[in-house]
Every structure is written in structure tokens, then in C-alpha cells.
Design a protein around this ligand. Structure first.
Ligand code: GLN
Length: 391
């Protein structure tokens, strides 16, 4: 083959394939328990599955309106008003996408010009770097210090430049488990307003928080018109394979986001959007409360197992991940350790460096998920114990 045929676009060269999904493949190869990729191994709510089947049987099988079925956009608008006291016009301010993943990419493509900067707190969910690169923007990584991972106003202000276009705010956070408090979000809001910057939030874990409450940045004074709120139903309803994401944004931004979304994917699956609308209307606060109680119990099981095996970790305040420090157990780098734990220990985590801009950043940490059945977590605990004993 000629060089020309072998060539791929330069924009793909600066990032690799998803390490999270790679670890899922490695887990399968070794028949390991997959505590790498964040998806539940328990069933989705029956009501939701019935609603999806009913929609398919009812012949809701063609394209929905590209920016989302009216039914789902209306249900979302009702939810944001009731829960967060925020009014979003379903006709002009809400877009349904193929997961929060597409939402983040579409939002960046629609709002950031080449050469502009996007501030990303580090450690970060691995998509934000490539999303910025695909938009030809420059990600500017701002390290948050373990174990608290707090946002400090002065440090944030120090990385703002005239080119800064947006700040990505993921709370509850993957991978740290932090839920940003009012002071931290106020600091972000102040900087956004003072320097005329957009906030792009990733609130996919909005209903999964434990001791500290999730606050919506769009609800802070002066933020309604400069915040793009990304979320989705994957984690809330345990349907990560459905790919139903959501974007709430002021009308002029929504217009641009809808255009990009239309040409990227046309739309999210129509019958599944109908089912999510049913879920939003019928599974209310009781469902969220129960879900959180279950995750709390799972969090406890995983934390004890990790601590007993010799990992250093702090208790996540939200989402369903634990970043665990293995420096007391091994001198290996994170990738070597993660692969050995998978192949020899039979439990797969994600290497910490996936969440940092440089390999040194996450060299001695790995990430485990606890969105799994208690049996799965107990089995993983047993394997972690045996692995720690065998050295
Ligand atoms: N958000 C999940 C995680 O961090 C799943 C990632 C993915 O594969 N899309 O593991």
C-alpha cells in the first residue's frame, strides 16, 4: 500500500482508543470480573423495559425529530422545573443526543472555534481531551490535588487566557467521586461571568450522590445563559446501551448544537426516547432514593475490599467509581499493574493514567466501578484478597 493509502487524518494522531473500553476487552480475554467500565450488570427497571417494548410494538420505529421526540423533551422540561427550579423551553432549548458522549462532542464542535482553549480539571473523564482535539480546540488541564480534588478559585483564574472559551465541569465526578460544593461551583460561576466564558457541564451522575447534594451550575446567578447542561438517562436508569443523552442550552447555542447533532447522528433511538419519557414521568424521587441506597451499600462493599487488599482510597461522594492508590502494594506503573490484576487476580480496573494528560499523573492509581450486583462485588472482594496475599 502507498503512504497515501496508509495515512490517517492528523487530528486522530494525538489520542488513543478508549482505555476504558480496551480494559473491558482485556477482562473478557482473561474471564476477569469487569470493574473497569462503568455499566451496571443488573437489570434496568421493568417499567422502562416494558415501555421500550410497547413503543417498538406500537411502531415507533422510524426517525424521531432529529433533536428529540416532543414527549421526551417535554418530560425533561418538567423534570428540570420540578427538581432544579429551572425552566427550559422544550422547543428551543433541549436536544436529545446519542448518549452524553455524543452530547459533549456535539457541544464542543458547536461552540468552540479552532485555537480556542477549554479548561478541563484533571483527573478527567477520558473523552474530554479527544472532544476538544476533534474541535481543534486546545484542552488546558488544571490538576486538582488528591485526595480532596477541590477547585480553587485562584488556581482556576491563573489558567484563564483571552483564548479561554469554556470550562468543562463534571459533577458528580468520574473518576474522583467528588461532588463539587456550593463554594467551588460559585468560584467557577464567578470566573465564567468575569471572563465571559461558557460552562459545559457533564451531569450524567446527577442522581447518584451520597452525603453531599448535587447542585446544578445553570441555577447559579447569571449562569442560565452561559451554561450548557449535559446529562442523559444511561446512568439514571441503568441503560447505558440505549444511548439517550440530553443537552439543555439557551436557544442560540441550541441551534448550533442541533445542527452538529443532526449531521453527526440524525437522532437517538426513537422507541428508547419514548421509554425514557415514561421513566422520567413515572419513576420519581422514590426511585432515585432507592437507587442511591443500593449504590451506597455497593460502595461500602468495594471500599472494604480495596482497603483490606492494601489499596489507599477515599470514599466517593457521588457517581460509582473509586480511584485506588496501589503504591503500598506494588512499584509497577498503573497499566502494568491493571493488566496483572486482570490476568492474575481476575479483577479488571482502569489504569489511572487514562484520566490524566501525562502518564506520571495516574501512575500509582487504578479506577474500580461499583455499579455491579452485590454478588459480583463480593466475588471481586474474594479475588482481591487472594491477589493481595499472593503478592
Ligand atoms: N462512563 C463509563 C466509564 O467511565 C463508560 C464509558 C464508556 O465506555 N462510554 O466507565
Amino acid at each position: 500500500m502507498t503512504d497515501r493509502l496508509l495515512r490517517t487524518a492528523t487530528r486522530t494522531h494525538s489520542f488513543s482508543e478508549s482505555v476504558i473500553r480496551e480494559m473491558t476487552r482485556v477482562a473478557r480475554e482473561h474471564d476477569a470480573i469487569n470493574l473497569a467500565q462503568g455499566f451496571p450488570d443488573f437489570p434496568a427497571p421493568q417499567l422502562l423495559k416494558d415501555a421500550a417494548c410497547a413503543a417498538i410494538q406500537g411502531d415507533v420505529n422510524q426517525y424521531a425529530i432529529t433533536w428529540g421526540t416532543a414527549n421526551l423533551r417535554n418530560a425533561l422540561s418538567e423534570k428540570y422545573a420540578a427538581m432544579y427550579d429551572l425552566e427550559f423551553d422544550p422547543e428551543r432549548e433541549i436536544t436529545v443526543t446519542c448518549g452524553a458522549t455524543e452530547a459533549m462532542a456535539a457541544v464542543m464542535l458547536a461552540t468552540i472555534d479552532p485555537g480556542e482553549e477549554v479548561i478541563v480539571f484533571e483527573p478527567f473523564y477520558e473523552n474530554y481531551g479527544p472532544d476538544a482535539v476533534l474541535s481543534q480546540a486546545s484542552p488546558v488541564f488544571l490538576p486538582l490535588e488528591a485526595p480532596d480534588y477541590r477547585v480553587e478559585r485562584d488556581r482556576l483564574e491563573a489558567v484563564v487566557t483571552p483564548k479561554t472559551r469554556a470550562i468543562v465541569v463534571n459533577t458528580p465526578n468520574n473518576p474522583t467521586g467528588r461532588v463539587f460544593d456550593r463554594d467551588e461551583l460559585q468560584a467557577i460561576a464567578d470566573i465564567c461571568r468575569e471572563y465571559d466564558i461558557l460552562a459545559i457541564t457533564d451531569e450524567i451522575y446527577e442522581h447518584i450522590y451520597y452525603e453531599s447534594e448535587h447542585l446544578v451550575l445553570a441555577g447559579f446567578e447569571g449562569m442560565r445563559d452561559r451554561t450548557i447542561t449535559v446529562s442523559g438517562l444511561s446512568k439514571t436508569f441503568s441503560v447505558t446501551g440505549w444511548r439517550v443523552g440530553t443537552v439543555m442550552a439557551p436557544p442560540h447555542l441550541t441551534d448550533a448544537i442541533r445542527k452538529v447533532h443532526d449531521f453527526l447522528t440524525v437522532g437517538a433511538p426513537a422507541p428508547l426516547q419514548e421509554a425514557c419519557a415514561v421513566g422520567l414521568r413515572e419513576l420519581g424521587q422514590d426511585y432515585y432514593t432507592q437507587m442511591v441506597e443500593r449504590y451506597k451499600e455497593r460502595r461500602g462493599v468495594l471500599l472494604s475490599a480495596l482497603q483490606a487488599a492494601g489499596f489507599g482510597c477515599t470514599t466517593p461522594q457521588g457517581a460509582y467509581y473509586v480511584l485506588a492508590d496501589f503504591s503500598g502494594m506494588s512499584d509497577e506503573d498503573d497499566t502494568t499493574f491493571a493488566k496483572r490484576l486482570t490476568s492474575e487476580g481476575g479483577v479488571a480496573p482502569v489504569p489511572g493514567s487514562s484520566f490524566y494528560s501525562t502518564p506520571e499523573g495516574g501512575r500509582s492509581v487504578v479506577r474500580f466501578v461499583f455499579c455491579k450486583r452485590l454478588e459480583t462485588l463480593h466475588a471481586a472482594a474474594e479475588r482481591l484478597r487472594a491477589f493481595s496475599v499472593s503478592g
